[in-house]
Write a protein that binds this ligand. Structure first.
Ligand SMILES: [Zn+2]
Ligand SMILES: [Zn+2]
Length: 309
């Protein structure tokens, strides 16, 4: 049983989302994890104890523990409101033990208040798929026609936000994945097809959630001049070389890294307004490896979530 230190809270975990980043961690694709480490950074639970100096959240409050677990607060990035880029940042389920557990300890300053009206498993995917999806989407919120590559946990949330703001969404899935394409169409996609297909219309922007480098030139090819391609994942296979012509015409290729607490507050205020409804498949904690295996093979509709207490 972990004990909360000064400034920390102890959370009894009710549910924890299973994110693709957890797969990258388990596969050794992320540098320098704390080992051993408890994965999981979409943690929903109730505060059951607090260390000294904690004013909020209060005991009994249901909170979310996201990926961003600690930042230095004094570097240039932190002082410029870009704490997501703090070089000394520590992340939940990576350098700090996370939520594949019955109890989880977190720095009280980084836990998020959750909107009412969500069950614990339904709230869990908001905390990374939703937050990173939101940060990625914010870069392209002015696009009229938005492509989403990889239609998993993040895309199924982002499409709801994009539709709420009147964007036309085109969804790209693994080639031949009719089930995911039907899922996207059911959530309001104007078109859904394989990532190997050219969309029927030019895009203004695209977000890549699939960790597949070959999709970068594919997405650049699909966006119009002046368009933006956002890479949302923490890890991606190598990007093949491509002709400069694909980037020329003021196309922009950017990545989005981590989240700020402000992203969390903004998105968790927006989610119930849309309202974002998450679709989850739940697994008991003892089947965490099965959940990861299913995620790896693309056999999850919406988001995978461990239901813990
Ligand atoms: Zn910093
Ligand atoms: Zn994540």
């Amino acid at each position: 049983m972990p004990e909360p230190g000064p400034g920390q809270v102890l959370v009894r975990v009710e549910a924890c989302g299973v994110c693709r980043t957890d797969l990258h961690l388990v596969d050794g694709e992320l540098p320098d994890p704390k080992l051993p480490v408890v994965p999981g950074h979409e943690v929903v639970g109730a505060v059951v104890a607090s260390g000294s100096g904690v004013l909020r959240p209060t005991e009994g409050e249901r909170v979310g523990v996201p990926w961003l677990g600690w930042t230095c607060g004094s570097c240039d990035a932190c002082r410029a409101g870009r704490e997501n880029l703090c070089a000394d940042a520590r992340f939940t389920g990576y350098q700090i033990d996370g939520g594949y557990a019955e109890y989880c300890r977190a720095d009280a300053r980084y836990v998020l208040s959750l909107p009412a009206g969500y069950g614990a498993p339904e709230a869990a995917p908001l905390l990374c798929a939703g937050l990173i999806g939101y940060r990625s989407w914010a870069r392209v919120r002015d696009a009229r026609r938005l492509g989403l590559y990889g239609f998993g946990a993040a895309a199924h949330i982002v499409i709801q936000v994009a539709r709420h703001f009147g964007q036309r969404v085109l969804a790209f899935t693994r080639p031949g994945d009719r089930e995911a394409q039907a899922f996207a169409l059911g959530l309001g996609a104007a078109w859904a097809g394989g990532s190997d297909e050219r969309p029927p219309e030019e895009l203004d922007a695209a977000i890549l959630f699939a960790p597949v480098g070959a999709l970068v030139p594919a997405a650049l090819r699909a966006v119009a001049r002046g368009g933006t391609v956002v890479c949302a994942g923490i890890h991606m296979s190598d990007i093949p070389s491509f002709p400069y012509q694909l980037l020329w015409g003021e196309r922009a290729l950017v990545s989005v890294a981590n989240l700020t607490r402000r992203d969390g507050e903004e998105f968790l205020a927006l989610a119930p307004v849309v309202p974002v409804r998450t679709e989850v498949e739940t697994f008991p904690l003892s089947e965490a490896n099965e959940a990861l295996a299913r995620l790896r093979s693309g056999r999850i509709r919406g988001a995978a979530v461990l239901r813990i207490s």
